[in-house]
Design a protein around this ligand. Structure first.
Ligand code: CA
Ligand code: CA
Ligand code: CA
Length: 460
C-alpha cells in the first residue's frame, strides 16, 4: 500500500508509472461480478489452473504442476534447427533441463517466489487512437519466444537463432515491437543462455488472451492493484494475435460504442487475469509517432456564457499540470509534495496558482502522482471555443472530428496564473449566441492537434 510516503519515494513511484506496480493482487474473484453487471464475456473461473482460487497470480505460477519427466522428454526430442550450431543448441537444451529440475526441487520454491523472471505485469505498450477507434497493445508472455501463446521447449528455437544479439545501446533495452525484445526474456539487453531461464520458470504457462477495460473516470483504474476491477468492455482471445515477420506480436481492438478517456488491459494466463497494464496513451504501437496532446478529456472547465457581459468564462483544467504552465512535466510533483495530504483543489504556492489535485478527488495524495505519470510529456497551447447552433452540429461524441470553425482561440499564456487561486478565462464573444445553441471548448496544440471536447454547454 502507498500510505504515507517520503518525497524521495514520490519520484521513484513517478518513474515506475503507477503506485504499487509490482504488487500482487488476489483479484481472481472479479470474474463472476464482471459477467453479471454487463453481460460481457466472463473471464474464466478463478483457480482452475491450480486448484487454488485465492492465491495471488504470482504464486499460482509456482504452484503450477509441471510433469518433469514429460518436459525432459520433450526437450530431448527437440531437433536442432537448420543453421544453428548443434553444440550450442544442446547447451540451451541442457540449460532448460537444469532450470526445470532445479525448479522442481521443493526447497527452490521460496527462492523462486522473489525471482523477477516469474510472470508479472508487463508494459504492453497500450496505445489508443480515438479518431480511428482503435486500441493496440503488444503481446508478451515471458519465455514464449515463438509467440504461440504457450511456454515450452520449442521456445528454445527462436532463442537459438538470436544468440549473441545485443541491444543498440549498451545496457539498454530492445525496442518495443522488435522480435528481439520478446526473446530477451531476462530484459538485460542481450540475448544469451541466461534467457533460457524464463522458459524454465514459466514452463507450461498459457496466455488465454486479454480483458479490455475502459472508463471516463480515472478513479475506476485500480491504482493500488488490490481493488476489484470493473467489468471488462471486451475480451480478446489469444488467437487474435497478429504476428508479422521479425516483429513482436500485437493485438488490436476496434472500439465500439462510446469512446472513453482511459483504457487498460489485463492479460489472462491459465484462466486468471493478471494485474492491470498501464493506461493507454495516444499514438501508434509500432512506430514512435506520439502526440503531445493528452488523449484524456479535461473535464471540469465549468464553461458558462455570461449574457450580461457577453463573455464566455471557464477555468483552466489540465490534469497533471499541477504547476499550471501548460504542460505536465516531472517538476509537477514538487507541487504535490508541497501540498501533500491537504484537501482542496486550488492553492497558492510561491505566489502562483497551482493545482495539485490532479485526479480531482478532493485530496492531494499518492494518486495525484499517478495522474502526473500518466500525462508526463503532454502539453497543449490553449483552448478553442466552438459554437454549434443546433445539436446536429455538435461533434460525434467528445472525440468526434471537428467540422466547425472555432469562434475564438485563446492561448494558454494569455492568463498568467499569478495570485488568483483558480485560473479563470473570460473571453468576449463576437456575437450573441441564441438560447438553445451550444458552446464547447477543445484544447489545441500548435502542431495542429485538437484534443477531445471538455464539455458541451447549452446556452440558456
Ligand atoms: Ca511458445
Ligand atoms: Ca537476456
Ligand atoms: Ca487527488
Amino acid at each position: 500500500m502507498c500510505g504515507r510516503i517520503g518525497y524521495g519515494t514520490l519520484i521513484l513511484v513517478l518513474l515506475l508509472g503507477a503506485c504499487g506496480g509490482d504488487a500482487r493482487s488476489p483479484e481472481l474473484q472479479t470474474a463472476g461480478q464482471a459477467e453479471s453487471s454487463t453481460g460481457s464475456p466472463a473471464l474464466p473461473e478463478a483457480g482452475t489452473a491450480t486448484g487454488n482460487g485465492t492465491a495471488p497470480a504470482a504464486d499460482t505460477s509456482l504452484e503450477m504442476e509441471i510433469d518433469l519427466p514429460a518436459a525432459l522428454r520433450e526437450i530431448a526430442a527437440l531437433q536442432t534447427p537448420e543453421n544453428v550450431d548443434a553444440e550450442v543448441f544442446e547447451e540451451l537444451k541442457a540449460e532448460l533441463a537444469r532450470v526445470l529440475r532445479e525448479q522442481a526441487a521443493p526447497e527452490r520454491l521460496v527462492a523462486a517466489a522473489s525471482d523477477e523472471e516469474v510472470f508479472k505485469p508487463l508494459d504492453v505498450h497500450l496505445r489508443v487512437d480515438h479518431s480511428e477507434r482503435r486500441l493496440r497493445w503488444l503481446y508478451e508472455l515471458p519465455g514464449d519466444y515463438d509467440q504461440n501463446g504457450e511456454v515450452n521447449a520449442a521456445d528454445l528455437v527462436p532463442l537459438a537463432f538470436r544468440l549473441g544479439v545485443k541491444a543498440p545501446d549498451p545496457g539498454g533495452d530492445f525496442a518495443f515491437g522488435s522480435r528481439e525484445r520478446i526473446t530477451d526474456g531476462k530484459r538485460d539487453g542481450e540475448i544469451n543462455i541466461s534467457d533460457v531461464s524464463p522458459v524454465g520458470r514459466n514452463f507450461g504457462r498459457h496466455s488465454d488472451g486479454f480483458a479490455v477495460y475502459g472508463s471516463e473516470d480515472l478513479q475506476d483504474f485500480p491504482f493500488d492493484f488490490s481493488q476489484l476491477s470493473m467489468a471488462p468492455l471486451a475480451t480478446v482471445d489469444q488467437q487474435g494475435i497478429v504476428v508479422e515477420a521479425g516483429r513482436q506480436g500485437y493485438f488490436e481492438l476496434e472500439l465500439a460504442g462510446e469512446l472513453r478517456s482511459f483504457y487498460w488491459v489485463r492479460q489472462i494466463t491459465d484462466g486468471s487475469p493478471g494485474d492491470p497494464s498501464f493506461i493507454a496513451k495516444a499514438g501508434e504501437v509500432l512506430s514512435t509517432g506520439y502526440t503531445r496532446m493528452p488523449p484524456y478529456r479535461q473535464r471540469g472547465t465549468q464553461l458558462q456564457y455570461d449574457a450580461g457581459a457577453g463573455t464566455a468564462n471557464w477555468r483552466y483544467v489540465f490534469m497533471g499540470d499541477a504547476q499550471r504552465i501548460g504542460e505536465c512535466n516531472v517538476s509537477a510533483i514538487t507541487v504535490v509534495g508541497g501540498t501533500f495530504g491537504q484537501s482542496k483543489t486550488d492553492y497558492i504556492m510561491n505566489g502562483r496558482s497551482v493545482d495539485p489535485d490532479c485526479n480531482r478527488d478532493g485530496v492531494v495524495d499518492f494518486e495525484d502522482i499517478n495522474s502526473i505519470a500518466l500525462l508526463l510529456g503532454s502539453a497543449y497551447d490553449g483552448y478553442r471555443l466552438y459554437h454549434a447552433e443546433t445539436d446536429a452540429q455538435l461533434p460525434d461524441g467528445y472525440w468526434g472530428e471537428e467540422k466547425l470553425q472555432p469562434v475564438l482561440e485563446v492561448p494558454f499564456w494569455e492568463i498568467d496564473p499569478l495570485g488568483a487561486d483558480t485560473v479563470q478565462y473570460s473571453a468576449g464573444l463576437p456575437f450573441t449566441p441564441a438560447s438553445g445553441s451550444y458552446l464547447y471548448l477543445r484544447p489545441y496544440d500548435n502542431s495542429g492537434e485538437l484534443g477531445p471536447v471538455c464539455e458541451f454547454v447549452e446556452v440558456q
